[in-house]
Design a protein around this ligand. Structure first.
Ligand code: SAM
Length: 300
């Protein structure tokens, strides 16, 4: 166990998530039962602590990435909205995702033949396997996995330059927020790289890092940036109490305009539905429906 007074985000036994840029004038706090790990990796500050309600909490550069209690709401939605919007995904690419949660969800799809995961920071994988084993739930040992430890942006640039013939059916960007190693993922050039790496009927999904309460115009800009590359772009969301305001947007895109992203393209078997706690076909479609004030801005 580590001395709690030594981490700048922890004061008087409380972890405080503060960002003057993304959410000025407010802070989200969680009581720290014990600090399990803290150190600076080559890429980011890593903090892992436990909380009575939320269980083990992973924090990168001061921002909560996941907690044991609510992680399924994020992992299931960012994975299955894209996977079920595709009629038969066989090759899947995950950019980021070091905690293993998205990998766990992709691995539930038995029709998937190859999963490539590109994570920049091997220490996030090692620490998540140690302190948050239910996140990956053994999926790092899945024989379909090809794990690459490098920058996801550079990976996409390299396969583009090499003229890779084998493209992806689904690409999931499960990155951290723009203030760090994931900065390049929120710009038009990244959407172009995704577009080039995707099969004609392919689907991409990414976490938007923001919410409709505090960053509506930013979300509108991000969606418009994606739309300049992908004619078929939609915004949907998931509800996660430990992300700012409890609401997190996802940007979903396809090269193919005729694919209705807002509806699953295939039905779930009883066994598939049994394995899921948040996602179902109804919530797939309803997650694209926004409150009026937000709809007017994001879907104008
Ligand atoms: N669910 C989380 C969220 O939205 O807060 C994201 C979790 S996951 C832990 C984010 C991962 O993206 C981290 O492991 C981080 O190392 C990885 N990452 C950040 N920048 C990256 C890059 N340029 N290439 C590949 N992975 C990256």
């Amino acid at each position: 166990m580590v001395n709690s007074s030594s981490h700048p985000c922890i004061k008087d036994g409380w972890f405080r998530e503060i960002s003057d840029k993304s959410f000025p004038g407010q802070a989200f706090t969680l009581a720290v039962d014990s600090i399990l790990y803290q150190a600076q990796s080559e890429f980011q500050d890593i903090l892992i602590f436990s909380n009575k309600v939320y269980g083990t909490v992973l924090v990168l550069d001061g921002i909560i990435q996941c907690t044991e209690f609510d992680e399924f709401a994020y992992q299931e939605m960012i994975t299955h909205v894209a996977m079920f919007a595709h009629s038969n995904p066989k090759r899947v690419l995950i950019i980021g995702g070091g905690d293993g949660g998205v990998l766990r969800e992709v691995a539930k799809h038995k029709g998937v033949e190859e999963i490539t995961m590109v994570e920049i920071d091997s220490s996030v994988i090692e620490l998540s396997r140690k302190f948050l084993p239910t996140l990956s739930n053994g999926a790092f040992d899945d024989e379909r996995l090809d794990l690459k430890l490098c920058d996801g942006f550079k990976f996409l640039e390299d396969i583009g330059e090499a003229g890779a013939q084998k493209k992806f059916d689904v690409i999931i960007t499960d990155s951290s927020d723009p203030d760090g190693p994931a900065e390049a993922f929120f710009q038009e050039r990244y959407f172009q790289l995704l577009h080039n790496a995707l099969n004609p009927d392919g689907i991409v999904i990414m976490q938007s890092s923001e919410n409709i309460w505090l960053n509506l115009n930013y979300l509108c800009d991000l969606k418009n940036t994606a739309k300049r590359v992908f004619p078929n772009t939609e915004y949907c969301y998931t509800m996660v109490p430990t992300y700012t305001s409890g609401q997190l947007g996802l940007i979903v895109c396809s090269n193919n305009d005729s694919i209705p992203l807002i509806a699953p393209q295939r039905s779930l078997s009883g066994r598939e539905q049994e394995q899921l706690k948040y996602y179902n076909p109804q919530i797939h479609s309803s997650s694209f429906v926004l409150p009026t004030w937000a709809d007017k801005v994001i879907n104008k």
